[in-house]
Each structure stands twice: as C-alpha cells, then as structure tokens.
Ligand binder design. Structure first.
Ligand code: SF4
Length: 222
C-alpha cells in the first residue's frame, strides 16, 4: 500500500506540478478560508477574503471587533453567509477563551488535542479541522475531502462506505509523517478530482489511468 500511494503521489506531482497550497497570506487567513470554503467554490471565497482584507479584518482581534452584521456583509460572496458568520465567530470565541486569542499559542498545542478541541467548535467538522491543522499549523495531518474519497473508491483502495477516519488512516498509517507530503498530496488529489475524476470520469486523459490499468480495474463510467 505504501508503495502504491507513493507512486500515485509521484505520478501526480510529475504531471501536475506543485499546487502552492494553501493560498493565504497569514495563518489566520488560511483558517478563515478553511471555514468559508465549506460548500462553495474557491473563487467565491477569494472575493470574501478580498473584502475582509480591504476592511483590515484579517486578524483575530480585528475580526472580533466587527459586529455580526458587518462581518456577514463582508463575507457575503462566500454564500450561506449567516451560517458562516456564526462559524467564524464561534472559532474566534474558542480562540479567545482557550488560547487568549493567540494563534501561536493555539498551534503550540499537541496536534491530537488541538484537533479534538477544534471539533468541539460548532460548524467545524473533520475536513475543516484537519485543513486548519495542516495548512495553517503545519502539522502532519492528512485532509480528506469528497474528491479524495471518490478517487480512492474508484481505484478500489477503500470501500464506498469508508468513514472519514478510515480514509485518513489509509494515508497516515502508510505514508511517512511528512507535512509537506501531506500538503501537496491533498492538493494534487483535489486537482485530479476537479479536472478528471468528476461524476462522469475522464479517465482517458487522467494521470491516474495507469494505476487503474496496472491493477486490472475496469474504467468506471460514473
Ligand atoms: S483514472 Fe479515472 S477513476 Fe482514476 S482518478 Fe482518473 S478519472 Fe478518476
């Protein structure tokens, strides 16, 4: 399994190159992006981030000082803005009460403890928590998303019923604990998911077609 996962990674890296994740000018901006990107595309998140930057609201203290209405107005382009406003404010309250509003203190926490704590924040699920740990905290935690799961199911590496933690364990139990590897691998899988492994897969031109063929797996249709 380790060999296969690494071969997939190296093939993707050679074909698609470094993905430069996570686009963000600060750790707080990465966290805000991870919360805003839930159920929307990145283009909408970028618009919201630009508005927040224009309002100089991209620090925990500056954002905490905003009224709920003002914050909602600024992040409106990211969609479901009332829900996301609450989620951002939930995170800010968590940061304040547990770490005195200090991100450096937060990321000094032990990864498993911090992950559990983040999962206790209303509106932060495993994918968002792990994105925060990996891309804002540089912690070796593999992020799983719908693209990753779809690719792995189609390559028969996991069952369609596999839970988040099981898919994550597949990577983390077989790959070295390497933040840079996890960072790039997740980003590459997202790139494949967006360009090739869509609901109707485009295996003909996909860089991972070789893995299907090498394991005698018929090309999936849907
Ligand atoms: S080869 Fe086909 S199934 Fe595999 S990742 Fe590419 S598009 Fe998806």
């Amino acid at each position: 399994m380790r060999r296969r996962l690494l071969r997939i990674y190296h093939r993707l890296y050679r074909r698609l190159g470094p993905q430069g994740w996570w686009p963000g000018r600060s750790r707080f901006e990465v966290i805000v992006g991870a919360i805003l990107t839930q159920n929307t595309n990145w283009g909408n998140v970028e618009k919201a981030i630009r508005q927040l930057r224009g309002a100089r609201a991209l620090t925990p203290s500056a954002m905490s000082a905003l009224s709920r209405h003002r914050l909602a107005t600024l992040i409106r382009p990211a969609g479901t803005f009332a829900v996301k406003t609450r989620r951002l404010q939930n995170f800010l309250a968590f940061l304040r009460t547990r770490y005195g509003g200090n991100l450096r203190r937060m990321f000094r926490d032990e990864p498993a403890r911090l992950r559990d704590a983040l999962l206790g924040v209303s509106g932060i699920g495993p994918e968002t928590a792990d994105s925060i740990l990996l891309y804002a905290g540089n912690m070796p935690v593999f992020v799983i998303d719908a693209y990753t799961k779809r690719i792995l199911v189609r390559h028969r590496l996991i069952s369609p019923e596999a839970a988040y933690h099981e898919v994550q364990a597949l990577f983390m139990n077989h790959l070295p604990q390497d933040t840079q590897l996890y960072n790039e691998y997740h980003a590459l899988l997202v790139a494949v998911g967006k360009a090739y492994c869509r609901s109707t897969p485009r295996c003909d031109t996909c860089p991972l077609r070789w893995d299907l063929e090498g394991h005698g797996i018929p090309l999936p249709r849907r």
